[in-house]
Ligand binder design. Structure first.
Ligand SMILES: *Cc1c(COP(=O)(O)O)cnc(C)c1O
Length: 396
């Protein structure tokens, strides 16, 4: 994995990863300048980065943190997820989408996916909620994921949230720059909190980093407090003995982002639209190839009402053995294809919690048939041809 994140100069020329960062001279200059300033953490650049993000996403508040995993944990706590609460998410995601609830000692369950998109299936969610309302086991929070950057059925899920009184966290780690209808992902129009990741394979990077966005001032204050040890520097409960005084009011963490990471984030955000444009061009080329070639390979389905950010370009193959042969041939030729994702409930840790293989059949079938092809700004047409030649060879 680690070779995917090295700079191009030091990388084997032939190696094409599935995703990677795009770093320009201006990014490096911004980081160097931040490192030369008096404050390399807790200065003005983190709030500036937060402003850039919330303006882009049309939300009221953004709280930057040291990872999306931290932001998901803080988001669960900000919504009062605790001992014995139920949190539902999708099995087709990175484990962090479920772990954040386990950190809060909540009980996690999954809702099966739509096989054509890999996103949580709203009909399955509806059926599961109907059943849960009979047994009095309704979730407090549902964490949805915009798999590959393509928005899930937010409007339908929001309607269900109103009916069954649960809160929504969007794990939008894949989806900075995506749109649901006219709303940017991150606007929180259909959710309480939206989380982004700035890991190098994501849409923009800060090295490690994440952010939680919301339109609720109380939730925003909680997120900020949780990010920094639960310490408050105003509105004290006790009377202040002097200007050195601060109070720890809740059990928080150190989930802060540094100034030089924020500097990188601000600089990257100036090129986000360009990055999205390049990802779309690459996806269009893949789309054209797979619609014209007589191959048993199909891209995930997408509708015009939503705009994907194309974090991943996922192709579905007829079955597990065809998928394996495509995977092995591409890997043998130095193409860093990946499988997104091993269904969360099938990991040993989750099996020990009581989940069994077979319980979310759509997710399991999806997992067996998909492969993620390289997509990132800077992937050339030649690179793409090399990838597609190998796919064609593997399927011949
Ligand atoms: C990358 C990712 C995360 C974790 O992000 P970090 O910033 O690495 O903590 C969480 N959920 C999903 C869906 C992801 O893709």
């Amino acid at each position: 994995m680690s070779e995917s994140f090295l700079g191009r100069e030091v990388m084997d020329k032939e190696h094409i990863p599935y995703g990677r960062q795009t770093i320009a001279r201006s990014d490096i200059d911004a980081v160097v300048s931040a490192l030369k300033s008096p404050l390399i953490t807790q200065g003005d650049l983190v709030p500036e980065f937060e402003k850039v993000i919330r303006v882009y996403c049309e939300s009221k508040f953004a709280v930057a943190m040291n990872s999306a995993t931290s932001a998901l944990h803080a988001a669960c706590l900000a919504l009062d997820v605790g001992d014995g609460d139920l949190v539902w998410t999708t099995p087709i995601s990175f484990v962090a989408s479920a772990n954040c609830a386990l950190y809060c000692r909540a009980e996690v369950d999954f809702v099966d996916v739509d096989k054509s998109t890999g996103n949580m299936c709203p009909e399955k969610l509806k059926a599961k909620l109907e059943q849960a309302s009979v047994t009095n086991r309704l979730p407090k929070v549902v964490i949805v994921v915009h798999f590959s950057g393509y928005p899930c059925a937010l409007a339908q899920i929001k309607d269900l949230a109103i009916k069954y009184q649960f809160r929504i966290i969007e794990d939008a780690s894949h989806a900075l720059g995506a749109r649901f209808g006219r709303s940017p992902i991150g606007s929180c129009r259909y959710s309480d909190i939206t989380v982004f990741s700035f890991h190098p394979v994501k849409m923009i990077t800060t090295g490690e980093g994440g952010a939680a966005l919301t339109n609720d001032s109380e939730i925003a204050a909680r997120l900020k407090s949780l990010r920094s040890h639960g310490i408050e520097r105003s509105n004290f409960e006790d009377s202040s003995p002097g200007s050195w005084y601060y109070e720890m009011r809740v059990l928080g963490f150190n989930y802060r982002m540094t100034e030089f990471q924020a500097a990188l984030g601000i600089s990257q955000m100036t090129r986000l639209d360009e990055f999205l444009d390049q990802r779309k061009k690459i996806a269009d080329r893949y789309d054209r190839f797979f619609s014209s070639a007589e191959l048993l390979a199909h891209p995930l389905s997408r509708e015009n009402t939503c705009q994907s950010s194309f974090h991943l370009y996922v192709v579905q193959l007829p079955d597990r053995s065809v998928r394996s042969s495509v995977f092995e041939l591409l890997r043998a030729n130095n193409i860093g294809v990946q499988i997104h994702y091993i269904p969360i409930h099938t990991h040993p840790y989750f099996r020990k919690l009581g989940f069994a293989t077979g319980s979310f059949p759509n997710a399991e079938e999806f997992y067996n048939r998909v492969i993620s092809l390289p997509i990132y700004p800077g992937l050339t047409e030649d690179d793409q041809c090399r990838v597609l030649d190998l796919v064609t060879r593997a399927l011949a």
